[in-house]
Design a protein around this ligand. Structure first.
Ligand SMILES: [Zn+2]
Length: 367
């Protein structure tokens, strides 16, 4: 089943189109991105639907919001097309392939404007969130010149900071997102990006009948290698915190943001989906994160890639080397890793579908 893994965006798209066409019971719609792919080819966010159009229970699985991380989610979706269990009545599956097709094709995590799309789903009318600590770290994280050996000395300094700060403060400062520096890592944008607007269109047109949505957004680059960690933001009293623990066992659950300072570490697509669909739809929003390499190696590659984009030459030997190493930090060329990814994906998706099919809207507000 490792044949579900592709070497590039174009192959990944072709494969999922072939698999859904061969299965015969999926509808397809393509949303063309305004900017071309790496070889000048058009790139798309593709949407696949299986089941009754007016189903009130929908399992949604999205891949590639962080472009280059899309290889993993694409393979997991591809496998699910082949071996998803039969659907119960009033249930449908919605697959969204390549939320950020530009980044998938160009081997970047961000979009064509350097935007981390999973920080872009904020309320821009409410004013931009401030990340003061990031401002202090801007020069360190976004150097004009990169030493020949890469980001090692920067990462050593970042690790010193990690040791001297509260864990949550460190996360907010370095990875929480920032809205001030368009050429910096973790930039969340200044307005809703194409991918966000496209996702909102997709939710409007496909989920208008949905009463319950179980959403799984697939990522790589966080956690122990090969492990698929399920994560969710939920408060204790929300019924899906206990329900998902029944379905999957222990998950990594963080409280929802409740104050302005919590807005940093926000802007996630899953939260955007909940806000967009509103109170009439019960969304159970999860992230499936597959570990690859240690966090400092991943951050080091983001720093190198961002330096390359703004100060280097992508087509130089060094540029190609950085992009290749970035690819491998989010998409290891390792059969055991790929096997572990697909085994875990099958289990998670099957349990999610079974869990969804056991729900009715009344369970949202238990007596
Ligand atoms: Zn990600």
């Amino acid at each position: 089943m490792t044949s579900c893994f592709s070497p590039d965006y174009r192959t990944a798209r072709k494969l999922i189109l072939q698999k859904t066409a061969a299965a015969g019971d999926w509808t397809h719609e393509a949303f063309k991105h305004p900017v071309s792919g790496r070889d000048g080819e058009p790139v798309y966010t593709d949407v696949f639907w299986k089941g009754p159009k007016d189903a009130t229970r929908v399992l949604t699985i999205s891949s590639g919001i962080h472009g280059v991380e899309g290889f993993c989610g694409s393979a997991a979706q591809c496998q699910f097309i082949e071996d998803a269990p039969p659907l119960a009545e009033d249930t449908a599956i919605l697959l969204i392939h390549a939320v950020n097709p530009y980044g998938f094709s160009h081997l970047r995590r961000v979009n064509e404007n350097n935007v981390d799309l999973n920080r872009n789903f904020i309320d821009f009318d409410a004013g931009l969130p401030q990340n003061e600590k990031y401002r202090e770290l801007y020069d360190l994280l976004n150097p004009d010149e990169l030493p020949p050996e890469g980001a090692d000395t920067i990462i050593a300094r970042v690790e010193e900071l990690r040791a001297s700060m509260e864990a949550l403060d460190f996360m907010k400062a370095v990875t929480g997102g920032q809205y001030e520096f368009p050429d910096g890592i973790q930039f969340g944008g200044r307005e809703p990006a194409w991918s966000r607007r496209t996702m909102e269109k997709i939710w409007d047109s496909y989920l208008s009948h949905a009463a319950i949505v179980v959403q799984i957004d697939v990522h790589t680059g966080l956690g122990p290698s090969g492990l698929g960690l399920l994560m969710m933001a939920a408060d204790d009293e929300e019924p899906h915190k206990a329900l998902t623990a029944e379905w999957f066992g222990d998950m990594f659950v963080t409280p929802r943001p409740h104050s302005a300072s919590d807005t940093i570490l926000g802007g996630y697509m899953n939260a955007g989906m909940e806000n967009h669909l509103g109170a009439r739809t019960w969304v159970i929003p999860m992230t499936l994160e597959y570990g690859t390499e240690p966090a400092k190696a991943v951050l080091g590659m983001l720093i190198e890639d961002n330096w390359l984009t703004h100060h280097g030459d992508v087509e130089s030997e060094r540029g190609r080397d950085i992009r290749q190493r970035l690819l491998r930090v989010f998409y290891p060329d390792d059969k055991a890793w790929k096997d572990a990814v697909l085994t875990r994906a099958r289990d998670v998706f099957d349990r999610a579908l079974a869990g969804l099919q056991s729900l009715s809207p009344e369970k949202r507000y238990p007596q």
